[in-house]
Design a protein around this ligand. Structure first.
Ligand code: HEC
Ligand code: HEC
Length: 155
């Protein structure tokens, strides 16, 4: 624990040096970029360019069993609207043999009562609410995520 406290102090000190985390009046000032836009809701902020998505077609390990797998291919221009679902052109059960795409899993056919439907349930229709691409950028906020297999008593 002690080493974390020291590390924390060192980190805080370096942040103060880097960003001047305490203002003239002594009030704390934000030290991470805001994720929610400008403080003035009507002001126009310069939006940074999006990172280039990773499209190498390599399946990524899931960080925990229930994680929606990330999308390893391009989805540029894929329409996902009330009338068209481009994702299902490949991921629908009937089309997977031709496309080579993994079928949406059985949970995607279940309505909220657990009833299994013959096609994707409305709850899972908008794929990108859960499945996202990855970009090769540094995280905005530090995190110390640990895989569950590395936590707890070792045999
Ligand atoms: C042209 C066919 C095609 C379309 C359209 C398509 N996919 Fe895929 N998808 C694939 C294939 C093939 C794979 C297997 C990995 C690869 O080759 O990229 C895949 C892999 C995936 C995976 C990874 C699955 C895993 O187990 O790791 C996800 C998630 C995914 N696609 C989601 C989507 C979403 C969301 C859309 C719509 C925005 C979409 N796909 C549109 C063909 C497609
Ligand atoms: C509400 C969140 C959610 C939505 C919406 C959603 N998925 Fe998923 N998806 C998941 C989760 C969670 C998993 C992993 C566990 C599971 O299979 O339920 C998954 C798994 C998958 C897999 C891997 C299947 C396998 O057997 O490896 C594919 C492919 C996939 N989804 C495609 C899609 C497509 C295409 C859509 C849109 C039609 C979609 N998903 C919509 C959450 C979602």
């Amino acid at each position: 624990m002690r080493s974390w406290t020291l590390l924390g102090a060192a980190l805080a000190a370096s942040l103060v040096l880097a960003f001047g985390a305490v203002s003239q009046e002594g009030a704390p000032v934000k030290i991470v970029p805001r994720l929610t836009g400008t403080a003035d809701p009507m002001a126009l902020d310069k939006v940074p360019a999006l990172g280039r998505p990773i499209v190498d077609d390599v399946k990524r390990m899931r960080n925990y069993p229930e994680q929606p797998p990330v999308i390893p291919h391009s989805i540029d221009g894929y329409q996902l609207t009330l009338n068209t679902n481009r994702c299902m052109d490949c991921h629908k059960r009937e089309f997977t043999e031709g496309s080579g795409a993994p079928m949406i899993s059985v949970t995607h056919f279940q309505d909220r009562d657990g009833q299994v439907l013959s096609d994707v349930t409305p709850r899972r229709y908008f794929c990108t609410a859960c499945h996202v691409q990855q970009t090769d950028v540094a995280p905005l906020v530090l995190n110390r995520f640990q895989d569950a297999k590395d936590i707890g008593r070792k045999p």
